[in-house]
Design a protein around this ligand. Structure first.
Ligand SMILES: NC(=O)c1ccc[n+]([C@@H]2O[C@H](COP(=O)([O-])OP(=O)(O)OC[C@H]3O[C@@H](n4cnc5c(N)ncnc54)[C@H](OP(=O)(O)O)[C@@H]3O)[C@@H](O)[C@H]2O)c1
Length: 458
């Protein structure tokens, strides 16, 4: 049997605890899969006295990061501390010390991918990160290896389990956003400070990682437009249900055949013209937003804290991957799969071939979502008086947007002065033109409160 692989675990919290458990309790199974023993040799934490979900042999436990990084018996450093500053230093030092790195840290990759991957190439070491996107779902391998014969044309993904849990509780239980969030916090699906989960930032970090693999683009934070779920009202959930949709926080990438002058689009992602060669796809729009998805769509069926990623490839067509996007053991499953790949020697080969976060240009640039064509849901509170609907229709028509359906309920009897909801579904339109129309509608004297709108996926 070959020499064991020495592993240092930096961080032994939720994910690190799961990794330690797998290494300590399933060593034989892992050895059989890798051909080498994966031996836990160091565990570094902030507070060794803290009670842990798994019993770590005291001789392995310390607070000494440098000693772990420079231990000749350690071949792979597993970074599970989180954050970006310390994690970046630790990963760069580990690579410089000649260790391979496994990380679950999407924030680190989104912020410092180019530095980290350049350092790894320089040191001729490998960085693996299967757990960084969608926890236990093997999406990095699927996208980077199994779909390697394709040019990806679209990605639509539920990448934040907390948001999906909240939206599911609002849709199924009729709960308000605040009540659904409180429930998610009580059950451990949301942090005490849920900001990064509910405002779309966490999903945007993960989308940046997927976009690097699928399109070779290094998206800057401002290039990923994001809208969170904090302002979703139960009224919109009810209208969505009435119209046959459900609202999901989706991270989306739409590639566009820019030189034939055609906009990227939900409309044509799966239905491209025959004369369009994949090499013509040159721009990609990236954004995170609540989207109305048809109830019959596979993404609409993804409930609770689960994640799902739908990828359209020019060769394979539409594919879907679903599973637990976080949690101790699902995430540890992905981290340990990376350790096995390193032990076998597979990871080193795919890492070298993929040249991620390098300057190798695959011809894509990131463009704003303005050109993405979509249908839209628009909810207005309007005064109940003649001509209001005509005003709104005129503004939409001025931007070339046609209406597919309208729902307007009557004003409360005896209170004609009160505003009434007006819900409009549009036909396909460019996002930029729709946004201009919404701005103009908000300026109409007959519209009582700012418009609420979401893209509609059909
Ligand atoms: N949680 C998930 O389900 C999940 C899913 C996918 C990816 N991830 C990613 O995985 C990473 C880890 O997340 P987590 O949820 O496991 O975090 P966590 O539970 O907060 O654990 C963090 C660990 O890092 C240790 N640590 C923090 N600062 C340290 C320092 N200065 N020196 C040494 N150790 C230090 C902590 O030590 P103490 O235990 O002593 O405090 C703790 O063991 C993050 O990048 C996260 O984004 C998490």
């Amino acid at each position: 049997m070959s020499e064991p692989v020495g592993v240092a675990l930096l961080g032994c919290g939720t994910v690190g605890g799961g990794v330690a458990k797998l290494l300590l309790e399933h060593g034989d199974r892992l050895e059989q899969r890798s051909g080498r023993r994966l031996e836990l040799r160091r565990v570094v934490v902030r507070d060794p006295a803290k009670p842990r979900a798994v019993v770590i042999p005291p001789a392995l436990l310390s607070t000494d990061i440098a000693a772990a990084l420079h231990d000749p018996a350690v071949h792979v450093v597993v970074e599970l501390i989180g954050g970006t500053d310390l994690a970046r230093r630790v990963v760069l030092d580990a690579l410089a010390a000649g260790k391979h790195v496994v990380t679950a840290n999407k924030a680190l990759l989104a912020a410092h991918g180019p530095d980290v991957f350049e350092a790894a190439r320089k040191a001729e070491r490998t960085v693996c990160f299967e757990a960084a996107v969608a926890g236990g779902v093997p999406i990095i391998r699927a996208l980077g290896e199994s779909l390697a014969a394709n040019q990806v044309t679209a990605i639509q993904a539920i990448l934040n389990g907390t948001s999906n849990y909240i939206l599911t509780a609002m849709a199924d239980g009729g709960k308000s956003y605040a009540d659904a969030l409180a429930e998610a916090q009580r059950l451990g699906y949301a942090e005490a400070d849920p900001t990064l989960d509910v405002d779309g930032s966490d999903a945007a970090h993960k989308l940046a990682v997927l976009a690097q693999i699928a399109f070779g683009v290094t998206a800057q934070p401002h290039e990923i437009e994001r809208q969170g779920i904090e302002r979703i009202d139960v009224t919109d959930i009810r209208y969505a249900t009435e119209l046959g949709y459900t609202i999901k926080l989706l991270a989306e990438a739409w590639s566009s055949p820019s030189q034939v002058g055609k906009s990227s689009s939900r409309q044509d992602a799966g239905d491209r013209p025959d004369d369009l060669r994949p090499d013509d796809l040159k721009t990609v729009a990236l954004h995170v937003a609540p989207v109305m998805v048809r109830k019959t769509d596979m993404l609409a069926q993804v409930r609770g804290a689960y994640n799902a990623i739908q990828i359209v490839g020019d060769v394979v067509g539409e594919t879907l991957y679903q599973g637990p996007g976080a949690g101790m053991m699902p995430t540890a499953s992905s981290v340990v799969a990376d350790l096995i790949d390193l032990a076998v020697g597979r990871a080193q080969k795919t890492f070298a071939a993929a040249r991620l976060w390098s300057h190798r240009d695959r011809g894509f640039t990131v463009e704003p979502s303005e050109k993405v064509r979509s249908r839209f849901y628009l909810r207005l509170a309007v005064r109940d008086m003649p001509g209001v609907l005509a005003d709104v229709c005129r503004v939409l028509a001025d931007e070339g947007i046609s209406i597919s359906s309208v729902i307007q309920h009557e004003a409360v009897e005896g209170h004609p002065e009160q505003s009434v909801p007006l819900v409009i579904m549009t036909h396909y339109a460019e996002t930029g033109r729709f946004r201009s129309a919404v701005k103009a509608i908000d300026r109409l004297g007959t519209v009582a409160t700012p418009a609420v709108s979401y893209p509609v996926d059909d």
